[in-house]
Design a protein. Structure first.
Length: 70
């Protein structure tokens, strides 16, 4: 099963990563997916991504989760 992030704009609409020039990798496990987000969340936020949702295959694991720091 692959793990991947769905990117969302401030209204909650899904954003196609290709429109940002971003490739969201499919990870083999949750830890790798979360590590990728930990390395890229600031760049995503700067490009207008307000939230993300983690999926394992077609199943939502958690989210939407905001990217803005508290």
């Amino acid at each position: 099963m692959s793990w991947t992030w769905q990117l969302e704009d401030p209204s909650g609409a899904v954003v196609d990563p290709a429109t940002l020039g971003v490739e969201v990798p499919e990870s083999e496990n949750q830890g790798d997916a979360e590590s990728w987000l930990g390395e890229t969340w600031r760049d995503l936020l700067e490009q207008g991504i307000a939230g993300v949702t983690l999926f394992s295959g077609q199943d939502r694991v958690y989210g939407p989760m905001g990217l803005a720091p508290n």
